[in-house]
Write a protein that binds this ligand. Structure first.
Ligand SMILES: Nc1nc2c(c(=O)[nH]1)N[C@H]1C(S)=C(S)[C@@H](COP(=O)(O)O)O[C@H]1N2
Ligand SMILES: [Mo]
Length: 255
């Protein structure tokens, strides 16, 4: 079962402001109208996990000697669009992460700006529904700290992660979403390094989500935009993510 939060983790959360914000989000989760926004098929699991895991729980973290010698790359392994190829060619100098939607300060952040922010390092287990796992080290600012920088509005209920790739030539780009509880969870980071080096193209360069209490398909690679929304009903197929729209995977996808 999940670990009880450690004093160290609490302090890491407090350092980014996530610790304080989490208590507010916890109240939000207890609110019935907020809960009713969650899809029915996910409802039981969502409530079960939330019930067991107030905000004071963390996904297990591992030691360096427990890391997998090989971490498989899965799904899209290169967006390959002209725009993405341009970013690769200039080593992501011209890349900008957009933070927009229900925020008071929309942001366009360069990789240099993102790399200068306080970062968290975590060694966690990735769990893909296709039946494989891998333990890897991830490093980057918390999503909560980025949202604080953008002054996210209190009416935002979800963060949508827009990606640069079209999975196997799909008409619409890959995307995923998480609720504010997970957005401000201390282990939810936008990773720019993996196993001590910048995230490579197969693993989602230059930025990929790590939301450690969720399955592999929630871990959006090639993140180009973070959009704060009240509902994802109007976004693509309306189910909050590429797989959720296309093959009926659970939106919550907790582990
Ligand atoms: N943008 C994007 N993100 C994605 C995918 C994808 O195809 N495109 N695949 C998902 C799936 S199913 C898994 S298991 C992980 C794989 O991450 P990895 O390539 O770093 O192992 O990325 C997830 N995030
Ligand atoms: Mo996956």
């Amino acid at each position: 079962m999940a670990n009880i939060i450690t004093r160290r983790a609490l302090m890491a959360g407090a350092g980014t402001g996530a610790g304080l914000l989490l208590s507010g989000c916890d109240k939000l989760i207890q609110n019935q109208s907020f809960r009713s926004l969650i899809y029915k098929e996910d409802e039981a699991h969502y409530q079960l996990q939330r019930g067991l895991s107030s905000h004071a729980t963390l996904a297990p973290e591992y030691r360096r000697d427990q890391m997998s010698p090989v971490f498989r790359a899965n799904g899209s392994i290169n967006p390959g669009t002209p725009e993405y190829n341009g970013w690769v060619a200039d080593k992501f100098e011209s890349f900008r992460l957009k933070i927009y939607g229900l925020v008071n300060k929309p942001l366009n952040l360069s990789m240099a700006q993102i790399k200068s922010m306080p970062a968290r390092t975590q060694i966690t287990k990735h769990d893909c529904v296709e039946g494989w796992t891998a333990v890897g080290e991830w490093h980057g600012p918390t999503v909560g700290s980025l949202l604080k920088l953008a002054d996210v509005q209190s009416k935002a209920k979800y963060i949508v992660f827009h990606c640069a790739d079209h999975y196997h030539g799909a008409a619409l780009p890959y995307y995923e979403s998480i609720d504010m509880f997970d957005a401000f969870h201390p282990q939810t980071i936008l990773a720019w390094a993996m196993n001590g080096s910048p995230v490579t193209v197969p693993h989602g360069a230059p930025l990929r989500l790590r939301a450690e209490r969720h399955l592999g398909y929630k871990q959006a690679k090639y993140v180009i935009g973070m959009e704060a929304v009240e509902s994802f009903a109007g976004i693509q197929g309306g189910h909050g993510g590429y797989w959720e729209d296309n093959v009926d995977y659970d939106w919550f996808a907790g582990i």
